[in-house]
Design a protein around this ligand. Structure first.
Ligand code: FES
Ligand SMILES: [Fe+2]
Length: 375
């Protein structure tokens, strides 16, 4: 079965630091994209194949803001138009040779690329990841390639009960299993909030909180925007205490499909405790490497293989059962389907201010006062 990608949407193309004045490419939603920065440092995104004989341009050269094809030397400008044909006696450009140019925006340390009608590209539709550039916080970040269809990874992130099995003894706890889950839609944004009060914290959190050893309140609040841009507000605090008295981080989980069975998983942990301590950064990096790379990735990739063997790409291609804990994944899948069904539909993230969320989240002890307004 063939899946479609959401058209008219921003996708995360790269971390800002991945793209320099060298030629870099990444396949996004089935299209190979060439990324680079011009002399002024501005990012550019063009199709990565030469229209002459389809040579991949990232193997070529960047000469004074012109890309030279590695095969027969046609040169293209920043707007994708051919500017020089070395085989013409006067070097006149081949007018019919033109690369597709994609709108690109650098925001919150990420490069966002618009896949769709360029006239509809509006940077206001990029979800808020401003925690990445908050001076009072630090972050560790990276990209993991997962050999899985991206909605399988969305399922994983919107049903965090898996932590108690896949991440047993690390990020899992009885409190998570017993927690209350609330799924809230606000326009095209979906929140999946899991509130787990007064239980021993997951071992990794307990350790990070100085081997506390006593019951804590644990929250895992995930925000989702189409097609798969997620931000997790997660932390622990001694039972009944405020967020500031505990330990919390933002977890970035942005999934960009490469093709139907491969996903670029852009992750980050943004934290406000120990921001100048390299040991703290190392600890978070190690946790992600261990949990996402060593535990989630093998599970999801194995799941993909089982689905492939049964002739599908996604879980929806097979007869599958759904549990109550799938309410988040189900809601997100439904929203994505709705947006895909309308060709011109564009996700409209609500983007509540993160600062505001942090303050409001202190009230999270009381279920009636959630950080996210119910609609
Ligand atoms: S393939 Fe690019 S110039 Fe021939
Ligand atoms: Fe996980």
């Amino acid at each position: 079965m063939s899946k479609k990608y959401l058209n008219n949407s921003w996708y995360c193309g790269a971390w800002a630091t991945e793209v320099t004045t060298g030629l870099f490419h990444r396949v996004i939603a089935g299209q190979d994209i060439l990324f680079f920065r011009d002399k002024a440092g501005e990012p550019t995104a063009l199709s990565n194949f030469c229209p002459h004989r389809s040579a991949p341009l990232h193997l070529g050269k960047l000469l004074d803001d012109k890309i030279e094809c590695p095969y027969h030397g046609l040169q293209y400008g920043l707007d994708g138009k051919c500017v020089h044909n070395p085989h013409h006696p006067e070097g006149e450009p081949q007018k019919s040779a033109c690369l597709q140019q994609f709108p690109i925006v650098e925001q919150h340390d990420l490069l966002w690329i618009w896949m769709g009608d360029p006239d509809l590209a509006d940077s206001a539709a990029i979800p808020d990841f401003s925690c990445h550039t908050d001076k009072s916080m630090a972050k560790v970040f990276g990209v993991i390639e997962m050999k899985a269809y991206y909605e399988l990874i969305t399922d994983n992130l919107l049903d965090l009960t898996h932590a108690s099995y896949v991440h047993e003894g690390v990020l899992g706890s009885e409190g998570i299993i017993n927690g209350e889950q609330e799924v809230i839609s606000d326009g095209t944004t979906i929140y999946v909030n899991r509130w787990c009060p007064d239980h021993l914290a997951p071992p990794a959190w307990d350790k990070a909180f100085g081997d506390y050893g006593k019951p804590m309140d644990h929250w895992l609040y995930m925000r989702w925007d189409a097609p798969a841009h997620m931000l997790l507000d997660v932390g622990v605090t001694p039972t009944g205490k405020t967020r500031q008295e505990g330990l919390w981080v933002y977890g970035t989980d942005i999934l960009t499909p490469q093709d139907e069975t491969t996903t670029h998983y852009f992750w980050a942990i943004t934290y406000n405790k120990g921001i100048d301590n390299p040991e703290v950064a190392k600890m978070w990096e190690h946790t992600i490497d261990f949990a996402f790379g060593g535990q989630d990735k093998p599970m999801i990739e194995a799941q993909q293989k089982m689905i492939n063997l049964r002739g599908g790409v996604d879980i929806e291609d097979l007869e599958s059962i759904w549990l109550d804990t799938d309410s988040g994944p189900k809601r997100a899948r439904l929203m994505l389907k709705k947006l895909m069904a309308k060709k011109s539909a564009i996700p409209e993230p609500k983007n509540p201010g993160l600062r505001e969320c942090m303050e409001e989240s202190d009230k999270a002890k009381d279920k009636s006062e959630r950080i996210i307004p119910a609609v």
